[in-house]
Every structure is written in C-alpha cells, then in structure tokens.
Design a protein around this ligand. Sequence first.
Ligand code: GDP
Length: 139
Amino acid sequence: MERTLSIIKPDGVSRGLIGEVIKRFEENDIKIVAMKMVHLSQADAEKFYAVHKERPFFGSLTEFMTSGPIVPMILEGDNVIEKNRTLMGATNFKEAAEGTIRRDFATDIEKNIVHGSDAPETAAVEIGFFFNQFEINDR
Ligand code: GDP
C-alpha cells in the first residue's frame, strides 16, 4: 500500500472543482486518508516548491499557489503515486491525455488544477509538510 500527496490548487478550489477531483479519486478506488483546506503564505509556498527555485516560473508559481485556499489530501492505494499522476495528466494540459483532470479543466501550464507527488521520497516529504500523524486516518 502506497501513499501520495495530492493538492487541489487555487484555480481548482475557486472554480468549484473540489468535488469533481475527489469524485475521480473515489471512482478509481483511491482512498482519501487525510484532507484539509489551507491558504499558504509566500514563505510556505517557496518552501514547498524549493526544488523549482531556479526555474524562471518560480515567482509566478508561488504567487499563484498563495492566491487562494488549496485542498491538500493524502491518497492511499496500490501504486497510487503513478495512478494519481495518470489521472492528473501531463503538466502541460495541451499534452495531457483525454479524460485526465488537467486535460479537462486546466487553463494554462501553471494553472493546472492539481499537484501530485512524483516519487515515494517526495511523497513522504510532501505529506509531512501538510499533515501530522494525528491527521492521518489509517483505520
Ligand atoms: P508537475 O509535477 O506535473 O506538477 O510539474 P512540475 O513539478 O514540473 O512543475 C510544478 C508546477 O509548476 C506545475 O504543476 C505548474 O503549476 C508549474 N509549471 C511547470 N512548468 C511551468 C512553466 O513552464 N511555466 C509556468 N508558469 N509554470 C509551470
């Protein structure tokens, strides 16, 4: 059993897509074991995306991620890291497969509705960034 961090980004929350995203997880037998709504500070967003700090879009990305509330969730299931990445679609919605969340709803390469951890190591760090042990429902 694997876990990953998903985030519904500010564009997904403000456009009323929380239910749509969660429906896709539930329809695909992905279990949600933790969930909250938070509004990141600039410092939080810079810490979360530190791996991208040299990229030209870092300022824009962190500004976007602090522009409104987000919904981080811990997803659990067999192979859930890859399964979630498949449901999300490619970073650039124009390259995302038909029927993926980003293909269906993203409006630009940055405003792409969802985040999903890309490997077990990053999943562990990202889960720890948003949740403590008492917030994870593992029964
Ligand atoms: P992901 O794992 O598919 O989310 O993609 P990355 O880790 O490469 O990038 C993190 C996030 O940065 C993406 O989800 C986008 O929101 C944003 N992003 C990625 N590439 C670009 C880009 O070329 N321009 C802008 N403005 N944002 C980008």
